[in-house]
Design a protein around this ligand. Structure first.
Ligand SMILES: Cc1cc2nc3c(=O)[nH]c(=O)nc-3n(C[C@H](O)[C@H](O)[C@H](O)COP(=O)(O)O)c2cc1C
Length: 369
C-alpha cells in the first residue's frame, strides 16, 4: 500500500498516530443539563485508543444553537468542566481532539426548550416535515453569533482541545448563510455568492484570530457540503468559489461532507467527475482535505488518497467498531454488528434501531437482546 498509515503531521506540528479520523457524530445522549454523559465519555474514550483524530459530535455554541435533544453544548463557562472531561477522554488515550462547533439555525428541532428561538438568515422554512419558519436574524444578531463562535473557540482552547471544526455542512446555520435557498437577504449578507460568503469570511477571520493569539499549536478546520438538492440551492460552482477563498486562509484543514467519498455531482447527473476532483482543481492541496462517506477498506483508502484526500473520516464503521483503524491497518476483518463491544450510548443505539432498512442497506445490523 503506497499510503503511509502510520502517522500524519499538520503544518503546525501536531501529529496524528494514523490518518483515520472519527467523523463527527451526534449522540443524542448528553445529560439532561446538556453536559457530557458517562456513556458519551466512554464512547469517545473507546475510539480515542485507535483513531488518529477525533471530531466530537456537533456542539451547540449558544442556547438557541441547539438543534437536537440531549446535544452537548459549549455555550458558556458553566460547561467548561464538561468540555474538559471530553477533551481529556480523547487526549488521555493518545488521540487528537477537535470540537465541532455548531448552530442549527432553521434546521433546529422545535420545542426543545422553553422560549426557544429558531433563527436563520431569512424567514424561509427548510423543506423538511419537522421544520418551522425561522425568525430572520437582525444584523446585530449575526455579529452576536460570530462572537459566540469565537467565545466557544476560546472555551475549547481552555478546555484542552487540540482544535475546533466549524460545522459549515449538512444544511445548518453556517451553510444557511451560503445557500440561496435559506438566504434571501438583500443586505450585505445576501444576494451574490460573494455576499452569501460574507458570514463565513467574518466567522473564519474571528476564529482564526483566536488561534493566532494562542501560544500552543491549535487546529481550525472547516466542514462543508458541496451541493444542495433544493432549488435554488448551493451549486458546485458556488462551492468552488468558497473553496477558492478558504484555500487562501490559514485554516488547518477542510472536510467535505458527502455520502460517498468518490461521488459525482448531485445536481448535474450528466457530470461523472468526482466532486473531490473538482474541489482539488481549485484547492490544489494548499490545505489538507478530509474525505468521508463509505470508506470501509484499504482499497477505499488507496482510492481516496489518489483522488486527493489526505485524511479519512469514518462514521458508521466506527459506530460498529471503536477499533476500526487498527483493523484496517492490520488488514483484519471488520465488524458490522452493533453490540456491547461497540460502546455506544443507549440513545444513539435507539436512534439507529429506527433506521431499520437504512442500516441494513449500509451493511450494518444491531444485535437485539
Ligand atoms: C448517527 C450519526 C450522527 C451524525 N452527526 C453528525 C454531526 O454531528 N456532525 C456532522 O458534521 N456530521 C454528522 N454525521 C455525518 C457523519 O459525520 C459522516 O459524514 C457520515 O456518516 C458519512 O460517513 P460514513 O459513510 O463513514 O458513515 C452523522 C452521521 C451519523 C451516522
Amino acid at each position: 500500500m503506497a499510503r503511509n498509515l502510520n502517522n500524519y503531521t499538520f503544518k503546525n506540528g501536531i501529529t496524528l498516530r494514523n490518518p483515520f479520523v472519527l467523523a463527527p457524530m451526534t449522540t443524542y445522549s448528553s445529560n439532561v443539563d446538556l453536559t457530557l454523559s458517562e456513556q458519551e465519555e466512554a464512547y469517545y474514550r473507546a475510539r480515542a485508543k485507535s483513531f488518529g483524530m477525533i471530531i466530537t459530535a456537533a456542539t451547540a455554541i449558544n442556547k438557541h444553537a441547539q438543534a437536537f435533544e440531549n446535544q452537548i453544548t459549549i455555550r458558556d463557562d458553566r460547561y467548561l468542566d464538561s468540555m474538559k472531561r471530553l477533551a481529556s477522554a480523547i487526549n488521555d488515550e493518545g488521540s487528537v481532539s477537535i470540537c465541532q462547533l455548531h448552530h442549527g439555525g432553521r434546521m433546529s428541532k422545535p420545542n426543545l426548550f422553553k422560549n426557544q428561538r429558531i433563527v436563520a438568515p431569512s424567514a424561509v422554512k427548510a423543506e423538511r416535515d419537522f421544520a418551522v419558519t425561522p425568525e430572520k436574524l437582525k444584523i446585530s444578531e449575526i455579529y452576536d453569533i460570530i462572537d459566540d463562535f469565537k467565545d466557544a473557540t476560546k472555551r475549547a482552547l481552555e478546555a484542552g482541545f487540540d482544535g475546533v471544526e466549524l460545522h459549515g455542512a449538512n444544511t445548518y446555520l453556517i451553510q444557511q448563510f451560503f445557500s440561496p435557498h435559506s438566504n434571501r437577504r438583500d443586505d450585505e449578507f445576501g444576494g451574490s455568492v460573494e455576499k452569501r460568503m460574507r458570514f463565513i469570511r467574518l466567522l473564519v477571520d474571528a476564529v482564526l484570530e483566536v488561534k493566532d493569539k494562542t501560544d500552543r499549536p491549535f487546529i481550525v478546520g472547516y466542514r462543508f457540503s458541496p451541493e444542495e438538492i433544493e432549488n435554488p440551492g448551493i451549486t458546485l460552482n458556488d462551492t468552488l468559489q468558497l473553496v477558492d477563498y478558504l484555500s487562501e486562509t490559514n485554516l488547518d484543514y477542510l472536510h467535505i461532507s458527502i455520502g460517498h467519498y468518490d461521488k459525482a455531482s448531485l445536481r448535474d447527473k450528466t457530470d461523472s467527475t468526482p466532486v473531490v476532483t473538482k474541489i482539488q482543481s481549485v484547492l490544489q492541496n494548499k490545505i489538507p482535505l478530509i474525505g468521508v462517506g463509505g470508506i470501509h477498506s484499504l482499497e477505499d483508502v488507496e482510492l481516496a488518497n489518489r483522488l486527493g484526500y489526505d485524511l479519512y473520516a469514518l462514521g458508521m464503521g466506527a459506530l460498529a467498531d471503536p477499533d476500526i483503524p487498527n483493523k484496517l491497518i492490520n488488514e483484519e476483518p471488520l465488524k458490522n454488528t452493533i453490540d456491547e463491544a461497540s460502546v455506544l450510548p443507549d440513545q444513539l443505539k435507539e436512534r439507529l434501531k429506527h433506521w431499520g432498512d437504512g442500516l441494513e442497506k449500509r451493511g450494518y445490523k444491531i444485535k437485539q437482546k
